[in-house]
Every structure is written in structure tokens, then in C-alpha cells.
Design a protein around this ligand. Structure first.
Ligand code: PBG
Length: 334
């Protein structure tokens, strides 16, 4: 703060601004709203509703169950959801061809949602991990490498497929090079001029995705294999900024930093370096840490959730993806 001059105590008493609820409220710089939040949901196509299907803290819903959940969510003012599929294991393949099947689980879900809730914004993940036998976000070539350009072909077909099924925000989370450009070009060629691209542009190779991978069924497929040949090394921040700037240049409408809480410096840096909206994803591992600590009475659940999300917003995120979105919106409405 270059211009801060103070004669010091007692002319300055910082506590005056913290003296009552009203004063604290009127000087608060960051205010969380249900309009900032995106609720991620997992959708499944198996009919098995037994316990074996449950993953701790994160539920998978059938399309019918999901529609009921959305009904509650909308009442609390959350207007955007993100969809992730748990497809049947037998539909996974080396080519991830189910991703561009126009009757796949996500396309069916989109149609059902758009019919009942046409005003809801639905964000669809563009990555191959839910569709590959390897659990990787791209295609593995004959040399055993994640092949960038082969993956791009499939990812762009998947993107057009979802746009055709009614998705208005596509969110590439695969971290292949050049995907935003190719997806943007394919959307334009196919007449989807208004489809938004929310790029998971600064996506780190994080250990906090593990519960999510369990839900998708990609964790066991991935085994010991790592995503570090495409996701960003968490030791790097300049590289993360560069990745977001490149995606903006290629045609992204919104960029995202992921995970969120341990990456607030990156959110702030990107915020200071670009002019488009910024999203941040409080990922499954971050969510489970708070849930688990609260379940063990180590922290106060509600207060810690609100603090975690407010701090993500304070660092510069306009949009926050969080598995707490539904609960938080309910609290904010009280
Ligand atoms: C798919 C994808 C992942 C997440 C969102 N999209 C997992 C991964 O990259 O392995 C993680 C979300 C979460 O942990 O909540 N590429």
C-alpha cells in the first residue's frame, strides 16, 4: 500500500472499524452470494441404488433424482450447475467414443434438465477421463503416451456433441494444448456462436482430486499413473498465468483456477493480469477435508465453509464451483 500514511495510535485505532456487527458489515469488502456459486453434480446411469454405489460425502444421482435436487437448489438462488458423469464401465474404451455418442448419459441429462428447467445454466466438463479405460483425460497412443493431437480430435467432437444436446457452457478440463482454439473453431463452424467456453485453464496436477476420481470410477483405472504430463506442476505460478492468458487468446470466455484454497495467489495473479471473468473450483479433496473435520467436531462446519468460500472470492474469483453450494445458498437465504 504505497499511499498509506498514518500518524499512528491513537489517531488510528483499527478496532473502531470492527466495533459492531453493523460497522463490520458496512465496511466488509467481500460478500458471498448464492449467485456466485456453481453446484457440481454427479450423474449415473446404473439402476443400482444400493450402498455399494455410495462414495463417502459425494453422491451420484440418477437423472430422476438429479431433477429433484435441482428443484431445491433453484429455490435457494443457485442458477448454475456443473455435470460429471459416472458411465457404465462397459462403455469405457481406449478411444473414449462414448463421449461423442449423441445419446450418452450427459446428453440425456442435458435434455431432461433443459425440458424442466430451461433457465438453469448447465456447465459440462470436456475431458475424457470419465470415458477412457485408462482414466486419463486424453487418448493413449501406441507409444503409451497421452497423445495431444489425437485427444484434440475427440475433445472437439465431444464439445460439439454437448452443444448440440443443449449445453451452453462447455468447460474443457483436459489440459491438452490447443483445445480452446479447436473447440472454438468447431463451435463457430457448426453454428454455435453463443456457446460459452469456460476453460479450466490453470489446472494443477493436484492430489486433492482423489475423491472425485473415486466417484467417476476413474481412480482404479488410473492406478499409479499420474496426470503430470499435462496438468500444471503446483510449484509453478508463472506457467499457470501463461496457460490462462493463452486460453483467453484462443477464445475462452471465462478462465478457471483449480483447486482453489491452496491456490489463492494464482487466482489473484490471474485476476490482476486479465479482463475476463475468473472462476475457481473448490475441489472434492478440499470439500472432504472440511466435511471430515466438522464430522469429528474439530471445526464448526457452517463457519468454516463460509470462510473458505469468502476467502476464495476475496482473492479475486467471480464464480466459485463448490460441493457446498447447495447448503451455503440455503444458509444465505435464511
Ligand atoms: C476431469 C476433472 C477432474 C476434476 C474436474 N474435472 C479430475 C481430474 O482432473 O483428475 C476434479 C474435481 C474435483 O476434484 O472435485 N478432468
Amino acid at each position: 500500500m504505497k499511499n498509506f500514511k498514518s500518524k499512528g495510535f491513537p489517531y488510528h485505532r483499527g478496532r473502531r472499524l470492527r466495533s459492531s456487527d453493523n460497522i463490520r458489515d458496512i465496511v466488509s469488502e467481500t460478500n458471498l452470494s448464492s449467485k456466485d456459486l456453481v453446484m457440481p453434480y454427479f450423474v449415473r446411469e446404473d439402476k443400482d441404488s444400493s450402498k455399494a454405489n455410495d462414495v463417502i460425502y459425494l453422491k451420484r444421482y440418477t437423472i430422476t433424482e438429479l431433477l429433484k435436487k435441482i428443484d431445491q437448489l433453484i429455490k435457494y438462488g443457485v442458477k448454475t450447475i456443473a455435470l460429471f458423469p459416472k458411465i457404465l464401465e462397459e462403455k469405457k474404451s481406449t478411444t473414449a467414443k462414448e463421449s461423442f455418442n449423441e445419446k450418452n448419459l450427459i446428453c440425456r441429462t442435458l435434455k431432461a434438465i433443459n425440458k424442466e428447467y430451461p433457465d438453469l445454466t448447465v456447465i459440462c466438463d470436456i475431458a475424457l477421463d470419465a470415458y477412457t479405460l485408462s482414466g486419463h483425460d486424453g487418448i493413449i497412443d501406441s507409444n503409451g503416451n497421452i497423445n495431444n493431437d489425437q485427444s484434440l480430435e475427440v475433445l472437439s467432437k465431444m464439445a460439439v456433441n454437448f452443444a448440440q444436446a443443449g449445453c451452453n457452457v462447455l468447460a474443457p478440463s483436459d489440459m491438452m494444448d490447443g483445445r480452446i482454439k479447436l473447440i472454438r473453431e468447431n463451435l463457430e463452424t457448426n453454428g454455435f456462436h453463443d456457446t460459452l467456453i469456460l476453460s479450466y485453464s490453470s489446472k494443477f496436477c493436484s492430489n486433492f482430486y482423489s475423491p472425485f476420481r473415486d466417484v467417476l470410477g476413474s481412480k482404479k483405472n488410473l492406478g499409479d499413473s499420474k496426470k503430470n504430463s499435462y496438468q500444471i506442476d503446483y510449484r509453478n505460478s508463472r506457467e499457470a498465468i501463461k496457460e490462462s492468458l493463452e486460453d483467453i487468446y484462443e477464445g475462452a470466455d471465462i478462465v478457471m483456477i483449480k483447486p482453489a484454497s491452496h491456490y489463492l495467489d494464482i487466482i489473484k495473479d490471474i485476476r490482476d493480469n486479465c479482463l475476463i471473468p475468473i472462476a475457481a473450483f473448490q475441489v472434492s479433496g478440499e470439500y472432504c477435508l472440511i466435511k471430515n473435520a466438522a464430522d469429528n467436531n474439530l471445526i464448526n462446519f457452517k463457519d468454516c465453509v463460509i470462510e473458505s468460500l469468502t476467502c476464495i472470492k476475496r482473492s479475486g474469483a467471480d464464480i466459485i464451483f463448490s460441493y457446498f453450494a447447495g447448503e451455503v445458498a440455503e444458509w444465505l437465504n435464511q
